[in-house]
Design a protein. Structure first.
Lengths: 663, 266
């Protein structure tokens, strides 16, 4: 078949997402009723593997364990409590309407679809809004210490892209508290014997037998042993892939390997180019930087974002710049939403003012890359103590990292990679294009379209884990248990051989460059050409650069040590090898989508005011990519082939398609 | 003394202001059965804006270039919240500031300084390799009762449970524990009472935590002792070392809850 742009081919459309054929508000009730049941006595004969113990994975593990299934849970960290959901700061949305400010399931649904710039699936988003209230109930019952009013009732605050207060929070550590809740529920099941926990284990391959996902090959990161684990169904809850940019707000270990291995085995990758650049992060301070730190979006409730009107003021002490010489640019451009515009918009405007030469802080290349987030007004209005009570831990973290006191000097912030809306393609049941492989939380693509609203990631992770997956997966498990899989089954042997060959190859190259040096170079390419603004020319260039870098990696990487012990360089090498393939697919996806939507901003497609301009006539679809490259077993590593594009048309029945406006 | 020579070297090298040269004495142990030893390394031109772990990243890049296996150490979020990192830095858990190792920055050190870097040392935290330890004992304490039994779907409406703000606030302060293990590493008895007391207090302050309150404390204490953690002798190093400032009075709450439970014959 002829290649399109010399890069990919187009395959059949995805005809059916398996959502029930009823109006959107009735879908979830219908699906739950239609899904087959498994009698409690039969559940213990059915086994589930879950990779990842963040909100989605821990919640699913606990819930399926409670239901009586046999669960094996895996995480690469030393404890399930470390998963990166723990770092989420601001809050979790739920349509409880406690503030009586006009919130409802429909409004949360509408805000999320609009926030995602009309590139999310209505069916999934409606369900997310529908179960949101149950999540808060569940977490409170577990003892999650949400913020309370003096009367003992739960408190709420606002997040970007909405005009109601529906965000529940636990100071600036909401993710931590929710994860500890899910972790404790999981540990309870471990004690009960329904969940078997494998910490410091990394999934390196998916076992597929007769078209069905049947297990994983994992490496025990302490002993180096390669282990086979089989089950009736496999769930990936392994998080997002923001670390393809090297610098991001993700944890050091966050990676795409579980997802990518499944993609290589036939799971379609949905919308890989949709990445979220978060507007309020602490700016890069130098070349040594290993990661970036977010300052919660909740700060935009009280902090005001500005830069000097005049370039000559940019290196002045901000406190000396008079009010009339400051440009509160978000309040100026978007009077209705002000500082609480969605993340993609706030980020791009920060980039624009810095590109104009009005950024603040140290010079990075030719520009200063920072804007002020100023609490002087809030401190004057509420007092320092009230501000401390709300945001104390965030201010402390800022002070520790920058050495500056944000109670006295405005914070400096700049956008950074934070979240990936793309992920493995799933149907309404959260099943991937491989039968028996389910994908939840950030690892799937399903709920946030081209831009995620604040406080929605925690909501989706827990919705998937506690309420959605346990209901849909039983429909599949009801067909089991499936035939036992022997250790010498060709499907198992092939997956093991692939892992062993890769491990051996990585340790034997013995080249000149460290894994980190490749990762940093890849990150620079991605940030430059596939970051906040993308162009046809830049993306084509990036694809060439990534291919060259990948070729060099497999020839010149240096991984010391051996395979039979804890070897952190080896772990990183495998992850970076997969990022080097994913990066190319992201660029191909970004190149083929000749429109701007949400976080995907193509310079060629903008309105007169510089806002993202969609082309619904051409691009109202999910791009689901199929892998066609080699499997590496014949000594050929890093061969990606030309991916095949499958389109899933997006249909809007409940919501009218509009140009997004926050003015 | 080597200091003079060292200072002379530093003065001779023209470089950006504030950069530091440091001597690092780092614990290297090639697996659980190896004896382990301190090995001396030098790093140059360390920026005060680097985090402590970024300084170790620089050292590891340097070691790999020389063909030496990098030093194994744990870290993940590097935002001070996941609890994965944790080093004894010149004898202090997480170093000289009240924060996690990942949030410690090199501006807390001086040019020419010698820094000793060791793993947590406590029997219930066996060393896996170099600076990496096994803290599975903490998970097992939680398994013993550090939860509220609330199956998914069985929860009452959140608005039906009222929690006075002061109880919610105290529960929150205790719930901030990140499970890093600094309290154990800092304690001369290697006691895990601050960690355990934080969980007992978090759940015990809330109405939802009451039904299992007695059973929880007894079961967790038994597991704590079985793991080989020592008892508390009110020294206070735990709370002092805690990056989240968990107050020592959670141990009083723990003891009180235990007394009450034992009196009731649990």
């Amino acid at each position: 078949m002829a290649l399109i742009n010399g890069l990919y081919t187009e395959g059949e459309k995805i005809a059916d997402t398996k959502a029930p054929k009823v109006p959107v508000p009735e879908m979830w009730t219908t699906r739950k009723f239609d899904a087959m049941l498994v009698n409690p006595a039969n559940r213990r004969k059915l086994s589930v593997i879950i990779v990842g113990t963040g909100l989605a994975g821990a919640a699913a593990g606990a819930t399926l364990g409670e239901a009586g299934y046999r669960v094996k849970s895996f995480c690469f960290q030393d404890s399930p409590r470390r998963a990166h959901s723990i770092a989420a700061q601001g809050g979790i949305n739920a349509a409880k309407n406690y503030k009586e400010d006009g919130d409802s399931i429909y409004r949360l649904f509408y805000d999320t679809v609009k926030g995602g710039d009309y590139r999310a699936r209505e069916s999934n988003v409606y369900r997310l809004a529908e179960v949101s209230a149950n999540i808060i109930d569940q977490c409170v019952a577990q003892g999650v210490p949400f913020a309370r009013e003096y009367g003992g009732l739960l408190d709420n605050r606002s997040f970007g892209g909405v005009q109601v207060s529906r965000t529940f929070y636990a100071r600036g550590q909401t993710g931590q508290q929710l994860l500890i809740g899910a972790y404790q529920a999981l540990e309870r099941q471990i004690a009960a014997g329904t969940v078997e926990m494998y910490t410091r284990h990394e999934m390196l391959e998916l076992i597929v037998k007769d078209g069905k996902a049947r297990g994983i090959i994992a490496r025990d990161l302490v002993t180096g042993e390669i282990e086979t684990h089989v089950a009736d169904v496999v769930v990936l809850a392994s998080g997002g892939y923001g670390n393809v940019f090297f610098l991001s707000t993700n944890a050091m270990g966050s990676n795409v390997t579980a997802n990518w291995r499944a993609h290589r085995k036939g799971a379609y990758f949905g919308n890989p180019c949709y990445t979220q650049i978060h507007p309020t992060c602490i700016p890069v301070s130098g070349d040594h930087q290993s990661k970036l730190t977010l300052m919660s979006e909740s700060l935009r409730n009280d902090g005001r974002i500005w830069v000097p009107k005049n370039r000559e003021d940019c290196d002045k002490d901000p406190r000396q710049i008079p009010e009339e010489d400051r440009d509160y640019y978000l309040e100026r451009i978007y009077p209705s939403f002000g500082n609480l515009v969605p993340r993609d918009i706030a980020s791009r405007q920060a980039k624009n003012v810095c590109d104009e030469g009005r950024g603040v802080g140290p010079m990075v290349g030719d520009f200063r890359r920072g804007v002020y987030l100023d609490f002087a007004d809030a401190i004057a209005r509420l007092g320092e103590d009230a501000v401390r009570a709300k945001y104390g831990n965030l201010f402390d973290m800022y002070a520790r990292i920058t050495g500056e006191n944000p109670y006295e000097v405005p914070m400096r912030i700049y956008p950074a990679v934070h979240y990936t809306m793309g992920g493995l393609w799933v149907d309404y049941d959260l099943q991937s294009s491989i039968e028996g492989l389910y994908v939840t939380g950030e690892a799937n693509f399903s709920d946030h379209g081209a831009n995620r609203l604040g406080a929605s990631a925690l909501m989706q992770g827990l919705a998937d884990g506690y309420f959605v997956l346990p209901n849909t997966i039983r429909d599949y498990l009801a067909k089991g248990p499936f035939e036992a899989l022997a250790d010498d089954d060709p499907a198992v042997a092939e997956a093991r051989a692939a892992v062993e060959a890769r491990t051996e190859k990585l340790l034997s190259i013995n080249g000149e460059r460290t894994v980190d040096s490749f990762h940093k170079e890849l990150g620079n390419i991605m940030w430059e050409y596939c970051g906040m603004e993308r162009t046809e020319e830049g993306l084509n260039k990036a694809i060439g650069l990534i291919r060259g870098l990948r070729e060099e990696f497999w020839r010149n990487v240096k991984v010391l040590g051996s395979a039979d012990t804890l070897n952190q360089s080896l772990e990183k090498a495998g992850r970076v090898a997969d990022f080097l393939e994913l990066g190319e697919l992201m660029c191909i996806d970004a190149l083929h989508r000749r429109e701007s939507c949400g976080g995907h901003f193509r310079a060629e497609s903008q309105t007169e005011d510089g806002e993202a301009l969609r082309h619904d006539d051409e691009f109202l679809y999910v791009a689901a990519w199929e892998f066609t490259g080699g499997d590496g077993t014949n000594g050929e590593f890093g061969n990606m082939g030309a991916p095949v594009l499958h389109k899933e048309d997006l249909v809007y029945d409940a919501i009218e398609l509009k140009q997004r406006s926050y003015k | 003394m080597t200091t003079t020579t060292h200072e002379a070297e530093v003065a001779a090298a023209p470089r950006e202001e504030g950069l530091m040269n440091l001597t690092l004495k780092i614990w290297r142990q090639n697996g659980p059965r190896d004896n382990g030893r301190l090995v001396t390394f030098k790093v140059k031109d360390i920026s005060p804006d680097m985090s402590f772990l970024e300084m170790l990243d620089v050292l590891n890049e340097q070691l790999q270039a020389e063909g030496t296996e990098p030093i194994a150490f744990d870290s993940d979020c590097r935002e001070g919240i996941c609890g994965m990192c944790g080093l004894m830095i010149s004898g202090e858990a997480h170093g000289p500031e009240k924060t996690t190792t990942c949030q410690l920055h090199m501006r807390s050190f001086k040019d020419g300084e010698t820094i000793t870097i060791e793993p947590w040392k406590a029997d219930p935290f066996p060393v896996i390799k170099d600076l990496v330890v096994d803290r599975g004992s903490f998970d097992r304490i939680i398994q013993a009762g550090g939860f509220i039994s609330a199956n998914t779907g069985a929860a009452p409406k959140a608005e039906a449970i009222l929690v006075p703000k002061e109880n919610a606030d105290r529960a929150f302060v205790a719930a901030e524990c990140i499970g890093c293990g600094a309290c154990v590493a800092a304690c001369p008895n290697a006691s895990g009472m601050l960690f355990m007391g934080a969980k007992i207090t978090h759940l015990g302050e809330l109405p939802q935590g009451q039904p299992e309150r007695d059973a929880r404390v007894v079961s967790m204490v038994n597991q704590h002792d079985a793991e080989g953690f020592g008892g508390c002798t009110n020294i206070g190093e735990c709370s002092h070392a805690c990056p989240k400032g968990i107050p020592q009075d959670v141990i009083s709450t723990l003891n009180k809850d235990l007394r009450t439970a034992l009196k009731r014959g649990r």
